[in-house]
Design a protein. Sequence first.
Length: 584
Amino acid sequence: MSAAATTLSTIQAVNTALQVIQTLHLTSWRYPPQCQPDDGSSFDFIVVGAGSAGCVLANRLSANTDVSVLLIEAGEAPPFESEIAALFPLLASSPYDFNYTAVDDHYAAQNLQGQHVGLTQGKMLGGSSSLNHLIYVQPHAEDLNEWAKILNDNTWNYKNMLPYIIRPENLVDEELLALPSGKQHGTDGPIKISRQKSDSNKNLLSAFEELGHRIVDDTSAPESRLAYSEPLLNIGDNIRQNSALTYLTQAKHRPNLCVLTSTTVTKIVIENSIATGVKTIDYNGAIKNFKANKEVIVSAGAFNSPKLLMLSGIGPKDHLQSLGIDVIADLPVGEMLQDHSESVLVYQMEENSSPVPAANPFEFPAPMTIGYVALDSLKNRPDYQAITLEFSHESAGLLQLCSNVYKFSNDLCDLFYNASIGRTTIWAIIDLMIPESRGKVLLKSADHTDDPLIYSGIFNNTSDLKLMAASLADFNKVLETSYFKSIGAKLVDTGFCTNVVPEEEYWKCMALSTSSSLWHYAGTCGMGSVLDSRLRVKGVKNLRVVDSSSMPTQVSANTLATVLMIAERAADFILDAWDICNHL
């Protein structure tokens, strides 16, 4: 059996064993106890989905004891392995992942298992914040200023949104707080943010500096974004700082908050174009209806939010009618799926056959750098993000990342692994920050148990493939630096593009051959098209969508911080709309 196949088999066996441990419910004590509302029960607010956004909303709305909140989640409490940073590669393809896959377009992702993109999305309290890769990046100022222009609403510009960017944060790095960029961070929020620092990154950062890139301690300030640095991570007190641990724990003992897990919302009940409640089914097959006195707020993520809206009659008229669904609001739900499409380069670095040192399982499992690069020096917003991970020779971590997280084919993962024998390796992720390509989410049927049809759209706009090729070529200049030359570093040849010429076509081939998703899905229920600028569904009263699907355009950042910002802003929108005192 190949090394990659063995790794996948091992991960499956480990996950099976961990499922046995999960029956002990070792983490459930952290979260509000499961409530048991009767069929027909009423609540002021019903929040669908206890993910990154839903946990924020449940906390902020229930902070006022005069209102009642029902939070409904399809999954359970996060397993203990989700709390341990080094174990994040185990969570993809586990029972805590919805395990969606994109429809094979016979174009991109052909070297992934099954020739389709694996679309990891968290199915547990905290959602994807409970299984993501822990990189915490604030949205770029120009991202939000663009939103304000699209929406014709200055509420969303960077200056006005900065308090909401800061609100979730508790940055614990005193050195960064002392910098001028320290004012870009919060210290009173529920989510502890730390910085990874590693001596292993020094030579790599010096190589980037030799190429003319700025090296900074913190890329959060707008004037410092086009630079390389070591990353900020949502890790604190040796534990993953997911939104359930941080936001829901604060609300654990509130009698006005009811948290219902292992329960799927199958339909939003809409009467006379007013959302009045939801229909649910639990893990035992019991069907219940719950009433919303004020609002239903959908925070089910970029795939499940549009799925639920369409099942409820809100979506493209022709598509819904073709499935026999009565149309309540003809809106372009699911039609603007955006993602950070990415490609991978692997570099053989210095010879290294020393024993692999024991890793701290509570830290991110590999030294990492993160950079933002604009190919045009006149631009203020990056064209691409570069994330590098360093692995010791024969690293199990490289195989786990390749096989179970990215889901590359066994042949490709074996090739990368063989290149790591006796050598340190660098896994470089290059992803486009503001791609032009668009995918879409459709219903397979009117049956809620069917997964949605997801078309990733990776590189379906030819300008993105051209930009990715230029980005890969630009990053590969690192081979020309003194450090890379001194150690005889080289790009690992995948064999897919060896004889492809000219150079631009070679890099296009490389872009396609290792293409995948960075799992930053957005825009499927975007403000401006499906929602107004207060996140209200157009044409339906008392219904909002608050999650990454609400974003009108993609942001130049990993998306967790942006989703938390949206949820914090939405909470104030809702409280203000119903004249409810904010008890922050």
